[in-house]
Design a protein around this ligand. Structure first.
Ligand code: ZN
Length: 601
């Protein structure tokens, strides 16, 4: 983390600012430059109902009934006992807090420490968990000290605990405590332990928590027990220590260098669709089996094929790729199998084909569906016999080649249509791996955005600080007909178009007509409003009240003067600037309109 000046605020200062910080819709008392403000954080939360996803910036969220969480909590306690349940819930809360700390650090890397520390309680409240009221807190990022005391109002966890077990003797806000530890630890970069010294579950009217560094507490062995100390002390547990690019999970067989290679080549993802493809890849790579990759254009079939080679026993041998669609039919045969001198006019020298060049290694045939029936016959023979014949040659040549093919068409349908040999199809499709389109693995979009942004910033020598919330929202909601290749191109364009040392916005990525789908964010009053970046605004709920129709969604009131001003502006705009025509629309004379426009400006 960037070194930051010591920051302390007194009790009086905090209580002066607290109410305002927590009140919805009010501008933060911190300076306008002190991001993230509450509005910045609410902007990160958006709903994509058509797609079945809710996002907090790049993290997928779910909206759960607290009663469902209560049931889960109760069954957990009843089945594994109070102690273990407490540990599980504390660690799950810790994970949320650490993820939120990571979000804040990534989106606002240069924010002042006070704002970033305050963003935790705000996010915790925004997520509907608990209202946090700071009593006092003091920290020094450079020296690694922290002391904080907070009140928790109407904790959702207590509601559920009291509902199930009534008032007891032990505090019960375990998940929330975990969150506080995860967040502050992630921010400070060293363990901070929170304890709940008063709790509604023990009959108090409010919960009170105190956080200090492990050193300052003294004996924290019990606290660490709930955090699973071993994991807790590893650097990864701090969440923030690591950036967002989680290397591709290549199953158990992958070595760290494979993972590095994978992430270096853009094979990054966390989605189950991506992981399942990686898992299959790691299973089949060490074998000799022919592999067929299927999936739309741009999903990364060549990337997977070369990764398969890289983690196979043939990795020291050549990897040769040929795109069958890019090669004219007449050249295909010589390209694949080579040619003997004098085979035809122009064949002035003998030349080895791709099969021979791939000897001992892997031959990747992309867009195999475009291969002619003649070419298919020869390929089948090469696969069956393990030997090829050059064009114009008379002796068979032994080749040891593992063939990996890819197609973006349905080969089975091609077989049905008589355009693809069935025997070749079965030969190739020994082990098919389907690569999902990007729109079906949206969870990977943030990783890929981050990955490509860094890659192209390096390549083009640009400084780019990230994406606006609007850009993130738009890309997460975009369908990517061109898949990863399209995302890659968009990000490259974004890196080039954005101001140096600036952030990438929607306009740097997509043309307006490309922006698609509806997303909804929270407006300043906490109501859902359609995102700015969308094209089709959803119809507002029908209302007969004129006032409702005049107010913007989320706007609670509008002054008469503002309504008048807007009506005049709209009329003038609709009339194309013709004041007489605009005045007629409003039942005014031209002079009246001109006067009012002047008076109002
Ligand atoms: Zn409590």
């Amino acid at each position: 983390m960037k070194s930051a000046p010591a920051s302390r605020i007194s009790l009086a200062e905090v209580s002066r600012t607290t109410g305002a910080l927590m009140r919805r819709g009010e501008p933060s008392p911190l300076a306008q430059t002190d991001h993230p403000r509450l509005a910045d954080l609410t902007e990160c939360l958006f709903f994509s109902p058509g797609d079945g996803r809710i996002w907090l910036n790049d993290q997928r969220m779910v909206l759960m009934h607290t009663s469902a969480l209560g049931t889960l909590r109760r069954e957990l306690i009843d089945s594994v006992g109070l102690e273990r349940a407490r540990g599980l819930l504390t660690r799950s809360g810790y994970k949320s807090g650490a993820r939120d700390a990571q979000l804040v650090r990534q989106r606002w890397p240069d924010a002042d420490p006070l704002s970033t520390f305050m963003a935790g309680p705000r996010l915790h409240a925004l997520e509907g968990v608990v209202k946090v009221e700071p009593v006092e807190f003091e920290f020094d990022v450079e020296r690694g000290t922290y002391h904080g005391e907070f009140l928790w109002h109407h904790s959702s966890e207590d509601d559920e605990h009291i509902e199930a077990y009534g008032i007891g003797t032990e505090p019960a806000c375990w998940t929330q405590l975990g969150y506080a530890m995860g967040y502050v630890t992630g921010m400070l970069g060293m363990p901070v332990i929170f304890r709940e010294v008063e709790c509604r579950s023990t009959g108090a009217s409010i919960c009170r928590v105190i956080g200090k560094t492990a050193d300052a507490w003294g004996d924290v062995s019990e606290d660490l027990r709930y955090l699973n100390a071993q994991e807790f002390l590893s650097p990864q547990a701090f969440g923030a220590a690591k950036t967002v690019s989680i290397p591709a999970v290549l199953g158990g067989a992958a070595s760290p260098s494979d993972e590095d290679a994978a992430s270096e080549h853009g094979m990054v993802g966390v989605s189950s669709a991506f992981k399942s493809a990686c898992h299959m890849l790691s299973r089949v790579a060490p074998t000799r089996a022919t592999v067929l990759f299927t999936g739309e254009s741009g999903v990364g079939k060549e990337l997977f094929a070369s990764m398969l080679h890289r983690i196979s026993a043939r990795k020291e041998q050549p990897f040769v790729a040929l795109n069958c669609a890019a090669m004219p039919e007449t050249l295909m045969e010589t390209e694949l199998f080579g040619v003997e001198r004098g085979a035809y006019t122009g064949a002035v020298a003998s030349r080895a084909g791709r099969f021979e060049r791939a000897h001992g290694g892997t031959l990747f045939l992309d867009e195999i569906g475009t291969l002619s029936l003649v070419g298919q016959g020869k390929l089948l023979r090469a696969l069956q016999e393990g030997e090829i014949e050059r064009v114009g040659g008379s002796r068979p040549i032994k080749v040891d080649v593992r063939v990996v093919a890819a197609t973006n068409v349905d080969l089975q349908a091609e077989v049905q249509a008589g355009r693809f040999r069935e025997d070749l199809y079965f030969r190739l499709a020994v082990f098919p791996i389907h690569l999902p389109p990007l729109r079906e693995r949206r969870e990977d979009i943030p990783l890929l955005m981050n990955f490509f942004m860094h890659r192209y910033a390096r390549l083009h020598g640009r400084q780019v600080r990230g994406y606006t919330a609007r850009a993130v929202k738009t890309l997460l909601n975009y369908d990517f007909p061109g898949n990863i290749r399209e995302l890659q191109n968009l990000v490259e364009r974004g890196v080039i178009s954005a101001d140096d040392d600036g952030v990438i916005d929607v306009a740097h990525l997509l043309r307006r007509e490309q922006v698609q789908g509806a997303t909804y964010s929270l407006d300043a009053a906490g109501a859902l409003a359609d995102g700015e970046a969308q094209v089709e605004a959803p119809a507002p709920p029908a209302s007969d009240a004129l006032l409702d129709r005049l107010c913007e969604p989320g706007e609670r009131s509008l002054s008469l003067a503002a309504i008048e001003r807007r009506l005049m502006d709209e009329a003038v705009a609709r009339a194309g600037g013709n004041l007489s025509a605009a005045a007629r629309m409003l039942g005014l004379t031209r002079a009246q309109l001109a006067y009012r426009l002047k008076a109002g400006s």
